[in-house]
Design a binder for this molecule. Structure first.
Ligand code: AMP
Length: 541
């Protein structure tokens, strides 16, 4: 027997539709690339997004076509999201911090038709223009006055939408229709695309709004410092209009002074970013003897929270820290670290120890840990195993079938993280099985670095591992086993990487060892290497 309820399809256009009806005057405050502050109400955002839809339709974009953005957090960027998703096209957020060749590769793989980007990224787009096989239209977030000269035949965003109708049909397609695409380079090989559906994004929005998750309401002022180009700004571009919370978009400036200026000036109540951003802010606050009277909650994730950041927020500034874990593949929120009720009155050290863990899954996410034979391990807070996840907004595979089947027999996805789970369901990451380095919240592929380094004639084998760094969490160390009889210098090894990887991927140091340890299958034994270098300190730290 079927229930007799309305078949209200879960499509993301309904989120902005709701904000326009119920919260029309709540607003997004953007600091644009040029530094000026612009305010856009949700009703204005709604109209601009409709104009974007009409502009896209004129470019021949329709259901399933991909539209790429390379954008800082801004109201214009949000209108590109909703304008694209509303007509059933697929919003493809590209991470501009990747190497330009990788950006070109991703855009070609996604077959993007339109590319919309901030002026900051014009040099990248101009550099890769001849590699782009499918992009027909380039749009730059600018008006007539701020439009930069370019060799792309690009159009200024404000002129592109100017005078267009604010009426456009949105939705009216099945909720499983693709709506967003985000590539992750967190695993081996080429980046893989996670293809979100309208349904998964709407369900993710619901599950992140709860009190023990992000817990925002219409009275909040929320500042996503976490970028819209990496893991969907943790869903905030959807959950804020859904709740009617005001938004503050920091644009390109994420240094301590700029972030403080917005937190204080805009009376931000909730904010979210990776630990590196908070370290810069805390240093600035301490140096200038400043307080955070308006901020009530800071969500920190992407990498584990260092204890001093947690304690500074909680004890020096009385801000509630929510540690969050997630992945591009989990839309991205998987767990959040609100204190369980039985811990609310525990002593400070117990609460801090609890908050250093990655937290509990909201309803809609299931976790389990397994051993190497896929046997489930007990949730006793001690046994550590591969962390597997299943739920309403978790990837079932990658775009175009890349990577093959990624689910186990019960539909769980292997995160590549190693964790324990306690009897209250709190998860704690203890290690990482995947071979990558995360610096300032962004991935560095150890394998890409190794592949280039072994191309050097004096190098027999090469391994890149992540070493603790106080600002960036991890930075790469390159370990070299030289060809017998050769002794290459640190400088010539680093020079061989020059131009082939993004500048910020360059290892902070090179160390030489007689023999790089190999595992039983001939693969580099990274565990042994990490153990070998456990007391090593980077010269940059
Ligand atoms: P991404 O897909 O780029 O968002 O990266 C997801 C990965 O980042 C996870 O699989 C973890 O390895 C790591 N990660 C994210 N959040 C945390 C956290 N709170 N603590 C430790 N590692 C994290």
């Amino acid at each position: 027997m079927l229930g007799i309820m309305q078949d209200w399809q879960l499509t993301t256009d309904k989120i902005l539709d709701h904000a326009n009806r119920i919260h029309p005057d709540r607003q997004i405050t953007t600091r644009r690339v040029g530094g000026e502050i612009v305010r856009t109400s949700y009703s204005e955002l709604y109209n601009i997004s409709k104009q974007v839809s009409n502009a896209l339709i004129d470019e021949g974009v329709g259901l399933g076509d991909r539209v790429a953005t390379l954008g800082w957090n801004s109201a214009r960027h949000m209108s590109s999201w909703y304008g694209t998703m509303g007509i059933g096209a697929v919003l493809h957020t590209i991470n501009p911090r990747l190497h330009p060749d990788q950006i070109a590769w991703i855009a070609n793989h996604a077959e993007d038709k339109v590319m919309i980007f901030d002026t900051s990224f014009l040099p990248i787009v101009e550099q890769i223009k001849d590699q782009l096989k499918t992009v027909k239209t380039f749009v730059i977030y600018a008006d007539a006055a701020t439009m930069p000269a370019n060799n792309l035949g690009a159009v200024a965003f404000d002129l592109w939408i100017d005078g267009r109708s604010t009426v456009s049909k949105w939705g009216d397609f099945p909720e499983n229709t693709a709506c967003g695409l985000c590539y992750t380079s967190g695993t081996t090989g080429n980046p893989k695309g996670v293809l979100y559906s309208h349904r998964s994004n709407v369900l993710h929005t619901f599950l992140t709004m709860g009190k023990d998750a992000m817990g925002m309401g219409a009275e909040d002022v929320v500042m996503p410092v976490v970028p819209m180009f990496h893991a969907n700004a943790w869903g905030l571009a959807l959950s804020c209009p859904a709740t009617g919370a005001n938004m503050v978009m920091p644009g390109a400036q994420m240094d301590g002074a700029s972030i403080y200026e917005l937190l204080d000036g805009e009376k931000v109540t909730i904010t979210a970013a990776v630990p590196t951003v908070w370290l810069m802010l805390l240093t600035y606050l301490q140096e200038n003897n400043l307080k955070l009277p308006h901020l009530r909650k800071v969500i920190i994730g992407g990498s584990a929270i260092p204890e001093r950041i947690l304690r500074a927020f909680e004890q020096d500034y009385e801000v509630d820290v929510i540690h969050a874990w997630g992945m591009t593949e989990t839309s991205p929120l998987g767990t959040l670290g609100s204190l369980p009720p039985h811990m609310l009155n525990a002593d400070i050290d117990t609460r801090m120890t609890q908050k250093l863990k990655q937290g509990r899954p909201p309803f809609g996410v299931e976790l389990k840990i397994v051993d190497d034979e896929n046997n489930e391990l007990p949730n006793d807070g001690k046994a550590a195993g591969k962390l597997l996840v299943r739920g309403a907004a978790i990837a079932a595979g990658y775009f175009k079938g890349d990577g093959g089947n990624v689910l186990d027999d019960n539909g769980f996805f292997d995160t590549g993280d190693v964790a324990n789970i306690d009897e209250f369901g709190t998860m704690q990451i203890t290690d990482r099985a995947k071979d990558v380095i995360k610096s300032g919240g962004e991935w560095i592929s150890s394998i890409d670095i190794e592949n280039i380094a072994v191309g050097h004639p004096k190098v027999a084998n090469a391994a890149a591992i992540g070493i603790y760094h106080p600002k960036w969490d991890e930075r790469p160390l390159l370990i070299i086993q030289a060809v017998e009889g050769e002794s290459p210098s640190r400088e010539e090894i680093l020079a061989s990487l020059d131009g082939k990887i993004a500048k910020w991927w360059t290892p902070d140091d090179v160390q030489f060892i007689d023999e790089i340890p190999l595992g039983a299958t001939g693969k580099i034994n990274k565990l042994a290497l990490r153990e070998h270098f456990k007391d090593y300190k980077l010269p940059t730290a």
